[in-house]
Design a binder for this molecule. Structure first.
Ligand SMILES: N[C@@H](CCC(=O)N[C@@H](CS)C(=O)NCC(=O)O)C(=O)O
Length: 203
């Protein structure tokens, strides 16, 4: 398997953490990919031009991160990261959606704040995305107890989302007023798979 990745993508981090936790990381060749570079060939693998994209040994390509993570979960014999049908499954999938939604909003906010020329910025849009992040992190605080227990894709995504806020939006100070979530993340971030995948600023 080949994983097309960029080093700071939090969606790629989800896949990397999942692969490490499942003991599959050594079976994945990592292919650095600049999604802005047309020559990178990412559009031939993923018409959306995004990473992560996982190229299987038979040439089939999987995207996006929820699909790749569920595929990896089908390739091992240990306890599932995606619980079988039932309430635990819906909780894990909803938590994954909540964490992915934090990432989607935080990235839109970051692009507006950092990439767009200052005079073209739209403060109302930044506030709109910031409010989504705040509400979603509040929701994780409210259900912090539900983040305890066996590892699931929901917990991995929550951890990667909070790690991304530390990386790209430290000014949001997400820990303030959210003591249960802060305590959960402090422990979760110590997992070897999380420590091994901490993003480093490259731009
Ligand atoms: N929903 C997708 C999001 C993937 C995504 O947005 N990846 C970003 C990197 S963080 C990307 O490749 N952006 C390039 C682009 O949009 O052109 C997932 O979960 O994999």
């Amino acid at each position: 398997m080949k994983l097309r990745y960029s080093p700071t993508s939090p969606y790629v981090r989800k896949v990397s953490v999942t692969a490490l936790e499942l003991g599959l990381a050594e079976r994945i060749e990592r292919v650095p990919t600049d999604t802005q570079d047309r020559e990178s060939g990412i559009a031939e693998h993923n018409p959306l031009g995004k990473v992560p994209a996982l190229v299987l040994d038979d040439g089939a390509v999987l995207y996006d991160s929820p699909v790749i993570c569920e595929y990896l979960d089908s390739r091992h014999d240990g306890p599932p990261m995606f619980p079988a049908a039932g309430p635990a499954r819906w909780t894990a999938l909803r938590q994954q959606a909540l964490g992915d939604g934090i990432l989607d909003a935080a990235i839109l906010r970051m692009l507006e704040l950092v990439r767009r020329p200052e005079k073209l910025r739209w403060p109302g849009w930044i506030d709109h995305q910031t409010a989504k992040v705040a509400r979603a992190v509040d929701q994780f605080e409210a259900e912090a107890a539900a983040l305890e227990g066996p590892l699931t894709i929901g917990r991995i995504t929550a951890g990667c989302a909070l790690g991304y806020l530390d990386f790209r939006a430290p000014e949001l100070d997400w820990r303030a007023g959210r003591p249960k979530l802060a305590a959960w993340y402090q422990d979760f971030a110590e997992r070897p798979a999380m420590r091994e995948t901490v993003p480093k600023a490259v731009q």
